[in-house]
Structure formats: structure tokens, C-alpha cells
Design a protein around this ligand. Sequence first.
Ligand code: 9MJ
Length: 676
Amino acid sequence: MSAGSATPAARIAHLKREIEQHNYHYYVLDQPTIADAEWDRLFHELKALEEAHPEFATPDSPTQRVGARPLDEFAEVTHRVPMLSLGNAFSDEDLVHFDRRCREGLEAAGDIEYACEPKYDGLAISLTYERGVFVQGATRGDGAVGEDVTHNLRTVKTIPLSIDSDAARLEVRGEVLMLKRDFEALNARQAEKGDKLFVNPRNAAAGSLRQLDPRLTAQRPLSFFAYGLGAVEGIALPETHAAQMDWLEALRFPVSRERGVARGTEGLRGYYAALGTKRPALPYDIDGVVYKVNRIADQQRLGYVSRAPRFAIAHKFPAEEATTELLGIDVQVGRTGAITPVARLKPVFVGGTTMSNATLHNEDEIRRKGLMIGDTVVVRRAGDVIPEVAAVIEAQRPAGAQAFVMPTHCPECGSAIVKLDGEAIARCTGGLICPAQVKQSILHFAQRRAMDIEGLGDKLVEQLVDQKVVRNAADLYRLGVSALAALERMGDKSAANLIDAIAKSRETTLQRFLFGLGIRHVGEATARDLARHFGALDAIINAPLERLLEVRDVGPVVAESIRRFFDEPHNREAVAQLRAGGITWPEGEPAAASLQGPFTGKTVVLTGTLPTLSRDDAKALLEAAGAKVSGSVSKKTDFVLAGAEAGSKLDKAKELGIRVLDEAEFRSMLGTARTE
Ligand code: 9MJ
């Protein structure tokens, strides 16, 4: 139908359908079908038509999702069919008990078939459709009476405002929640505005749903997933829960993609384990799985106990969040002296294990979260996320709560703690005299991805350093069995094993060695790129900034850090000691093929004294740049690098017309080399 030929009523009806269809593809299926600008155009056309013809404006129009007026209070809604809660299963025993009760109730001979779905961690709601039009949405309330939040639910883009069903009445039940990514974005916006952060997606969703002003709700990205039906009049329904969910999906309700069907306890266990594995990657928080006897007739036979169905149960996952008390804030000293405040918590069971401390990252983070010692805090351990203090419950702050004060001196070595301007991290200035830094750097050096010294763990390093058997990584290569055997809990056999593991680590690669040195900003990948690019350690040690910058993914910060590390005499000494301890690796050629610069493949002769570069340094730089350094000038010489008091070589170069460079020109040419 074209815009020109249709009556306004027909065009409005067409636009309503089309926009809702695009919304469905965009919000529910995550597969947009038109460009945003085109959607905007359709939306504005509809809005203009409705304004010109208010008699055709209806509450199920997509224009009605936003902008309804604030309410004074929520009206009460009595649910025609009560909204039930679910019983919980926390253990395998509870699960077996549930299944047995169902089998007995149904006098079933074999395994029962269950519909399985995620248990969303949101808010239960009921949506009422009359002859295909969304007319009312209500919260669960106490199960019998809830609150009318129709205006707010209209703003939820995944809730259809009209559906292709002429049932006199259809109540769809499900959960309103906030997707994890929407929650992160909302909190980022809150932080930018200096507003309070939400503790978790559930709280954010609850707060948003209970706004009296729908215009506020409209700014909060809520989602909806259907998982059941309430009162239904005027149509026949599919006979299993799974088929009903398929039917709801066909009506364009968002239904879990993770839903499934399983038989018997074995099937349920399999579903539980599989969803548990997927849990961290799901776009929303879940706190368990729900099993429902699949056949609706069987559900009805089993019936209810008080306000929960006998035919369904929620099998809970270990909680990812808990509240506990912040007993204190300690600081830990890392390998580079970084001071990390760590929350000392009253031990609490969360995410399947007991949590008694959590990193607080840095001082700013403590301020941002508004933490005070003595506070009640929400702690979180989710998937592979580092356990964290998610939020503070300010309302429960005790009278004696104390602010955290960053210590001025290192608790391990007493050196000053400083925080450079613009850096979030405070650092201990003790360097090598700080036992904490020494221990961490040895552990870093020995780890599997670096020198791979098997069996050298934190307890052992702690003892070795505290008892002054080892002061640095190089000392490891001088250890004898007798020194080790003197340590606590160290038998002759373990001592011999460790010596063996240390000996084995001597043969390594340049990449592992470089990574093990613990240069700030040089992780495994950078170590690999440096090793490939330069081929030899001395070329890296002597490389000026501009050469380091030629390495893939090495920017000014990383290059500067490498340069600063090797400019420090004690670091050069440490490297020399390690090599003296017998550590070796195959040295390769620089990756000349990938490096194209003015010295690639050229022959260069050095003569005289350069203003700042030693002969060795200049040679290393040239070699790293792909040049061959030769001792005598001939027709094959491409450049002569000449300093003060250059003698006969310079004369010969001039005679042969070879280009002569001074140090400044040399450096500027090095700066033009590029990796291809
Ligand atoms: C949640 N919260 O995800 C039910 N639920 O069924 C699912 N809750 C439920 N089903 C009957 N998936 C009562 C409650």
C-alpha cells in the first residue's frame, strides 16, 4: 500500500504493523531489518497522522510506548489466576525428591517429561491481551493482587502491543529484567552524570518498573521473557508447556532460546549442568533453572501446595551475590610496586565457595564506590569475573564506620608510597629492597608462561626470600640442594626436584625470558613480537625508542617502559647475572624481511668516536636495523658512520664517493624505518 492512495485509517494501521514488525526484528530477534533512519521516518509519519486524526490513535500504537503522563500512584490489579511462586531445590536430593513426588502423583511407570528453562533473576509480571491488544500489565505483588504498571510496560520494546490472536482474553506471564549489557551501559551513563550506580541488573529493573513517571522508565532499557500463561478465554491452547512456549514465540513474544525438554532426573541433571556452564555467557542474569512437568493435563492432576505448584520447581545455582561486612582494607604490593587495596571481608559463601577478600583495584575505586570500613557490602563472584565488592548498602552504615586512608609507607619494606600525577595506582618506591616486589617478580619469572620452573610456588618463594636464601631470580640458578633442604617442609627429594626444574628452565626462548623479566607493559604477546623483530637480546637492550616503536603494537608508552627498564643499570646487571647462571636461548636473525628501512641489507662501516653512542651500541642498532657492519671500507660499503677523530676510513669513503653519516643523521634515518 502506498502512502498516497491509502485512507489515513488504513495507513495508520499499516504503519503500526510495520513498525512493530521492525521492532520485533530489532529487539527480540536481534536482526534489524531496516536502517534506523528509515525506522525514524516511519515512526514520525505515524505520529503526524495520529496527531492529524486523533480519532484513529489507539493505545496499541508504537507511538504510545513513550511519553505517557506520570501517575499519582499505582492502581491495584486482582489477578484472575493467582501468580504463583516456585518451590526451590538446592541439592540433588531435593531434585530426586521432586521427581519422585511427581511420579507418584501421576502414578507414572517410566520417566516423566519435563520442560526446562532458565530461572530469570528479574520481576514477575502478567500481561493481558484482549482480542489481540495489550490492555493491562501488572506486577506479581503478593500473588493475588499486584500493581498496574501498564504504562511502564508499554515502554518495554520487546513486549508486543498487539498480537495476532483474537482470544477474548490472553494473559501472558513472564519476567521483566535488564540485560547485562544494558545494565553496564546504564551504569556508565549514571557514572558520567555523577548519579548513583545500581547494584545489579535486578535492582535496576525493579527501580525502573516502579517509576510513577513512564518517561523515566522509557529511558531504562528493560527486557521481557515469557514463561507461562494465566487466564485464557476463547481459544484452545497447545497441550504441553513446551508447545505453549513455541506458540507464544510464534505470536512474537520473547521466549528463552535456552528452553528444552528432558526426561527423568538424569535429563534434568544434564540440563542443569549445561545451563550452568552457559550461565556466564548468557545476556541476562539467572539464578537457577526451572523444571515443569511438560503435559498440561498432568500439571493439573498434580495441582498445588499452598501457593506453589507441585508440578514445577526452581533448581537454584549457587548465589553469585551475597552481603557481608567489610572488616578492613589491607594493601598488597605487586611486582612493580603497585599498591592494591584488598577488602578483608567477614567470610561469606558465594558463587560456590567462601569469599574472605576481594580486590578493590585502587584508591579511586574505593572513593567511587563510597566504601567505609565497617560497611555492609554486596559481594559478587560471577563466572570467571574477579570476585568483587559490587556495592555498599549505605543505609546500613554503622556509626563507627571509618574511611580508608592510603598508607604513606610500604607495609612490607617501609619505603615511601607515591602516586604519580594522572596515575590511578600508588606505588612502593622500594624496588629491589622491597621483599614483596622481589617475591612477586620471582614468581612472575618462574611461572609456567615464562621460565616454567615447576614446583616453585608462592609458599616456597616466600620462604626463600624471607630466609634470605634468594634475593633475586638469578640466585635461583646458584641454589644447591643443601640450601634448600634447610627450609621448612623441604625434604631431600623435593629439593632435588626443584634443582632439577631450575636446571631444566635454563634452556628457554628469548620470548619467555623477556616476558619473565617483568618489564611493565611487556606481556607475552609483546615479548614475542620483540623477540621476533630483533632476534637477539642485545639488540633489544640497546634499541633506541624509535626502533622499539617499529615493533608491531608497540606504542610510545610500551617503548618508553622497555627503554627505561634497560637503561637502569641494576636491570642490565640482573640480566647479565641470569645469563651467567646459564640461561640460554637460540638467538635468531632480526626479522629483516618484515622490516624495511634505509639500512635494510646495507653494509655500514663505523669510524671515529660518536657523541653519545658507544661503538657496541651503534653496531647493535645497525644490526637490528638489518645492516651488516663491516670493518673496512670498499666499493661494497653503503654508508660510513663517522664520529670525532675519524681517520683513514673516512678518507677512503670520500674517495669512493660513499655517503658519510654523523650520529644525528644516523638517528634520524633509524627513525624512518617501518615495519611492513
Ligand atoms: C522464572 N522466574 O524464570 C516461572 N520462572 O512458572 C520461570 N518462573 C514460574 N517459570 C510458574 N521460568 C510460576 C513461576
